[in-house]
Design a protein around this ligand. Structure first.
Ligand SMILES: [Zn+2]
Length: 477
């Protein structure tokens, strides 16, 4: 680890982000431009994200399966919007085993097509519905401008794909999964998100409509942290996914797809991180508590280590790490774990042994204010409570920050100003031309049309025509 100070967020937010990921050993750059290597600390975070989501998927009746990485190129061409949306970013395999392939294969950018093809084989009758399958995997999109976790050539995710008998059931599923994402973001990651509908311009290529959860990052830009798409019968018609109904008549299914990716790690970093480094939300933190023994010599060490071991055992239901490195000083260790965002640090020195106490520091409150001396007894319950308190404090802080940076501009000039340092919450007539004008003038896009809408109607912030819905405009990752 380098000793140079991390750039502060106000000095250079983007450098802060890039350097932090590498110094905290979450990920590194791969030899192929735009690809990332997720390092063990980053992957442990991803595994905790996976676990939290997977439990929610299974509790709502979904099962996991695995579909292939390679898809016949012709599959992608079957759904018109889908092919237009994804063609520019496809990786195509033309040679296999030294031979030119008869039909090129694509490396999946998403799996609607191959799964749709399989569903057309598996679904025969209304009794087979709904089909509720999720896949954990990786996909490839040939992105030109890449950033670790936020936009990489290859990324990891889950993609849920479901098939239903009716539009209503499919719509219900789409919203159910968006609610699961909202709940996960808030209650596991302490990331407050705004759920809503995407505009026609911003929706998934091939969807009837898309929903997303949008989070505000520490620089006030938005990040789309999860999406859920109602695909209607578009893919069912392209892939002939049909079932015979109760009257033995053939009907097309209605399908959905929904996903959260390693991009969410970027959301965690930029929602909670400060100038000292990462702040891991306690429920997802790979290490929830780090214990740093403090001693000057072997005699003190012999006193301290048994207590370190006893505290470690008391806290064994938590994800805990004892930093017993001898080659670095306690001060170095403090900085290191601060950088890596471990929510709670426990120091144990010779005086603590005498008094039967420990020094506990909260990562979310740096310095003296976040420190308390606690008795060693009953530490397990106290630390578990403290982790909950930290979760709530992070969520509250992020929510306050977000709400302080959402503005309701009075006119278009004011909109142009506010999107420089926040989100604009404004009436919009729904015309893509107005959306395009905002994008051209400010680089801000429509993020989502939130479910929570005010009564009545107003005038489009861009053209002044009557508008029925309010939308968030913001710059975004
Ligand atoms: Zn308008």
């Amino acid at each position: 680890m380098s000793n140079d100070k991390l750039p502060t967020r106000s000095e250079n937010y983007s450098e802060w982000y890039n350097q932090l990921i590498q110094r905290a050993e979450l990920a590194d750059y791969a030899p192929v431009r735009g690809c990332m290597v997720v390092r063990p600390y980053g992957w442990a975070l991803w595994e905790n994200i996976q676990q939290a989501l997977d439990g929610r998927f299974k509790a709502t009746g979904h099962q996991n399966a695995a579909f292939p990485l390679l898809i016949p190129k012709s599959f992608l061409e079957k759904e018109k919007e889908h092919v237009e949306g994804f063609s520019p970013e496809l990786a195509v395999v033309t040679i296999g085993g030294g031979e030119q392939l008869e039909e090129p294969l694509i490396v999946r950018p998403t799996s609607e097509t191959i799964i749709g093809y399989m569903y057309s084989k598996w679904i025969k009758s209304y009794r087979d519905l709904p089909v509720l399958i999720n896949q954990w995997g990786n996909v490839v999109r040939w992105e030109m401008r890449t950033r670790l976790f936020l936009r990489t050539l290859e990324f990891y995710w889950q993609e849920g794909h479901t098939a239903h008998a009716t539009y209503e059931e499919a719509e219900e599923e789409t919203l159910r999964m968006l609610n699961i994402y909202t709940d996960f973001a808030k209650n596991e990651a302490a990331v407050p998100v705004m759920p809503g509908r995407k505009s026609a311009t911003e929706k998934f290529a091939g969807a009837v409509h898309s929903y997303s959860i949008e989070a505000m990052m520490g620089d006030t830009k938005a990040l789309q942290a999860g999406t859920s798409h109602l695909l209607g019968q578009n893919f069912a018609k392209a892939f002939n996914i049909q079932y015979s109904d109760v009257n033995n008549e053939l009907q097309y299914c209605y399908t959905t797809s929904w996903g959260v990716s390693t991009r969410f790690i970027g959301a965690i970093i930029m929602t909670h991180g400060d100038d000292q480094g990462l702040i891991m939300p306690p429920r997802l933190a790979p290490i929830q508590v780090v214990i740093v023994p403090i001693y000057k010599n072997d005699e003190e060490r012999a006193k301290v280590m048994p207590m370190v071991e006893s505290v470690r055992q008391q806290l064994s239901t938590l994800r805990i790490k004892v930093d017993d490195r001898t080659e670095v000083t306690p001060g170095f260790k403090f900085n290191d774990w601060e950088l890596r965002g471990v929510p709670v640090r426990i120091e144990i020195g010779p005086k603590d042994v005498e008094k039967g106490s420990v020094m506990v520091s909260r990562r979310d409150i740096p310095g003296r204010d976040g420190k308390t001396i606690l008795p060693q007894e009953n530490l397990a319950a106290v630390i578990s409570d403290l982790l909950k308190t930290i979760h709530n404090a992070l969520l509250e802080r992020a929510t306050t920050f977000r709400d302080d940076h959402i503005f309701e501009p009075q006119d278009y000039d004011e909109l142009k100003q506010v999107v420089e340092n926040g989100w604009a919450y404004s009436w919009w007539c729904g015309d893509p031309a107005c959306e395009a004008k905002v994008k051209e003038d400010t680089r801000a896009t429509t993020r989502c049309i939130p479910f929570d809408q005010p009564e009545g109607h107003g005038h489009c912030i861009v053209c002044g025509k009557e508008a029925k819905e309010k939308v968030y405009f913001s710059k975004a990752y």
